[in-house]
Design a protein around this ligand. Structure first.
Ligand code: SAH
Length: 213
């Protein structure tokens, strides 16, 4: 086995051992190569289960957390999904193999542009990358079957709750950025919302407004 193939096997093994057991999620994570989304100094650590720095002071999330969040989101083939926090585009690419349509927004123009390039190169035609403040959601495409937030909010943002379809699920890290955050699964039903706390996590903060670059 080549070193590359061996690293990828270890990558998948690490996902399973951390609780990513959903076959569709594992298949998607096997098909989308994290190497396409990691650049520069850190490429040697691409297949390690750790978050890595990307441009604009942001991070590409830890693969096992990407897997666990995707699994909790329970995406089905007919779903329209919103991701808030495109970052590298890695999570959006994985979602694109599971959903009908993916909209992903980032407040950094530069990150959105770079992610769009990779996603186009990989021919993932059901993903739209948009530069916007995702704390307001994406009104023109609402409602969404699933919403995934990959930056930590103090509370699940009201506009995102409003743009979640009845029966829909939102997964969002909640808490202050420098303290412990909890990953929350929100389910919308006819009469309101159910909240389930999944696990402690650490994400960069959800920041309001567009960034400078
Ligand atoms: N999902 C990404 C990692 C996200 S890092 C990946 O797969 O690589 C969190 C991202 O959220 C950062 O890129 C940051 O710019 C973005 N972000 C923070 N606040 C935001 C907001 N209000 N609207 C949109 N994006 C935001």
């Amino acid at each position: 086995m080549t070193l590359d193939a061996e690293r990828k096997m270890q990558f998948l093994y690490a996902l399973r051992s951390k609780g990513v057991t959903d076959a569709r999620v594992l298949t998607a994570m096997e098909r989308i190569d994290r190497g396409d989304f990691v650049r520069g100094l850190f490429t040697s650590r691409t297949y390690e289960d750790m978050p890595l720095p990307i441009a604009c002071g942001q991070t590409i999330s830890q693969p096992s957390i990407v897997g666990l969040m995707t699994q909790a989101l329970d995406v089905q083939p007919r779903h329209k999904v919103l991701e808030v926090g495109t970052g590298s585009g890695y999570q959006a690419a994985i979602l694109s193999l599971l959903a009908r349509r993916v909209y992903t927004v980032d407040r950094h123009r530069r990150l959105a542009r770079d992610a769009r390039k990779v996603i186009e190169r990989l021919d993932l035609t059901n993903v739209t990358v948009i530069t916007a403040d995702g704390s307001f959601g994406l009104e023109e495409q609402a409602p969404f079957d699933r919403i995934l937030v990959t930056a930590a909010a103090e509370d699940p943002p009201g506009p995102l709750l409003a743009q979640l379809r009845v029966g829909g699920i939102m997964v969002v890290p909640v808490g202050q950025s420098d303290t412990v955050q909890s990953l929350i699964k929100v389910t919308r039903h006819e009469g309101g919302f159910d909240y389930e706390e999944l696990r402690p996590v650490r994400f960069v903060p959800l920041v309001e407004g567009l960034a400078q670059e």
